[in-house]
Design a protein around this ligand. Structure first.
Ligand code: HEM
Ligand code: NAG
Length: 338
């Protein structure tokens, strides 16, 4: 009985804190202003509309699920989750679409446009492009067999983009484990988030240009990456020659390329991770190796952590309240404030 009361007491004080934080707001980095019911009154069908467009898009092109999932990462690591990645270049603003990690690589913009126009029809000027990105990422995960989670909502859209932020904040695939981890830590994410979120590479493709270095000249000494399985490497070399074929596509998870599962982690343990940034999770850090082992062994544990880390990623520095705006078109800012 005592323990029950203690638990109730905890619950009450938790609710009090939660209530206070609504009144006074938490630091923006924690996403404290966001909550899943944000559109329940203003646009009750919002989530259903997003899901139906994503469903159609993925049915037409299974890779689209991966592309939409990746959009959340590339948006949230630059100025927070504010749909800055969706803005096209203008005379005074360089689009993040031109950055090294995004150029010829990030896709899904047409699907986001389609979702936005469906939402504008149902509830004009209500649902932000930033919220569309994180809902589409969740739906894409579910559609490919991954976990589901509740998405806190209420983000607003930026009026600017950051090309340099995109170049600096999003890790390149050929940097060290420590440098990748630093880029996650700069965003308030930790090693558990890094390993779990890297599990996104259980679906989707990468271009030859992003891992060629591993096949031929890993350390500038003309030798391949010795942490890459020999047979797997010779297979990769066949369609990713020393020069040319930059755009040739390879599955990030060759075992189950369109299925969201934990085979990505099993591949890493077999030295069959595609990107250098994948393989370093088992070759350059004991702590990371232990997490990979855990997720390879227990898919449920991976799913649980993935959902938590996706919410954490989606809550990075949202624009809320009077900050930012709800764009009418996701590719451009509104003409004037109102
Ligand atoms: C840890 C550091 C990471 C690095 C260095 C990295 C790098 C890359 C690279 C180089 C590609 C292939 C791009 C291309 O060839 O055009 C890729 C694809 C992808 N990435 Fe990552 N990534 C990282 C983390 C993440 C995270 C955190 C997510 C999601 C939460 C993610 C989701 C994806 C997905 C789903 C694809 C496939 C996209 C498609 O097929 O369109 N990645 N990543
Ligand atoms: C990573 O790849 C880029 C582009 O190919 C190259 O310029 C850079 O030197 C590479 N960095 C490392 C650490 O190998």
């Amino acid at each position: 009985m005592d323990r029950l009361f203690a638990k109730l007491g905890l619950l009450v004080s938790f609710l009090a804190v939660a209530h206070l934080s609504c009144l006074y707001g938490l630091p923006t980095g924690t996403g404290g202003y966001l909550y899943p019911q944000f559109y329940d009154h203003s646009c009750p069908r919002a989530q259903e509309i997003v899901r139906s467009v994503v469903e159609r898009a993925v049915a037409k092109d299974p890779r689209m699920a991966a592309s939409l999932l990746r959009l959340q990462f590339h948006d949230c690591f630059v100025q927070g989750c504010d749909a800055s990645i969706l803005l096209d270049s203008t005379g005074t603003m360089a689009s993040e679409k031109r950055s090294n990690p995004n150029r010829d690589s990030v896709r899904g913009f047409e699907v986001i446009d389609e979702i936005k126009s469906a939402l504008e029809e149902a509830c004009p000027h209500t649902v932000s492009c930033a919220d569309i990105i994180v809902l589409a990422a969740r739906d894409s995960t579910v559609l490919t067999g991954g976990p589901s989670w509740e998405v806190p909502l209420g983000r607003r859209d930026s009026r600017e983009a950051s090309l340099s932020g995109s170049n600096n904040n999003i890790p390149a695939p050929n940097i060290t484990f420590q440098n990748i981890l630093s880029k996650f830590q700069q965003q308030g994410l930790d090693i558990v988030d890094l390993v779990a979120l890297s599990g996104s590479h259980t679906i989707g493709n990468a271009r030859c240009a992003t891992f060629r270095q591993r096949l031929y000249n890993q350390n500038g000494d003309g030798k391949p990456d010795f942490t890459l399985d020999k047979h797997y490497a010779s297979e990769l070399r066949r369609r990713c020659p020393p020069s040319g074929g930059d755009q040739n596509l390879f599955y990030l998870d060759y075992v189950s390329p369109v299925h969201f599962d934990n085979s990505y982690f099993k591949n890493l343990l077999a030295y069959k991770g595609l990107l250098n940034s994948d393989e370093v999770l088992v070759t350059q850090s004991q702590a990371s190796l232990e997490l990979v082992n855990k997720y390879a062994y227990n898919g449920e544990l991976f799913f649980e952590q993935f959902a938590k880390s996706m919410v954490k990623l989606a809550n990075l520095s949202p624009l809320t309240g009077p900050r930012g705006e709800v764009r009418k078109h996701c590719r451009k800012i509104n003409k004037a404030y109102y």
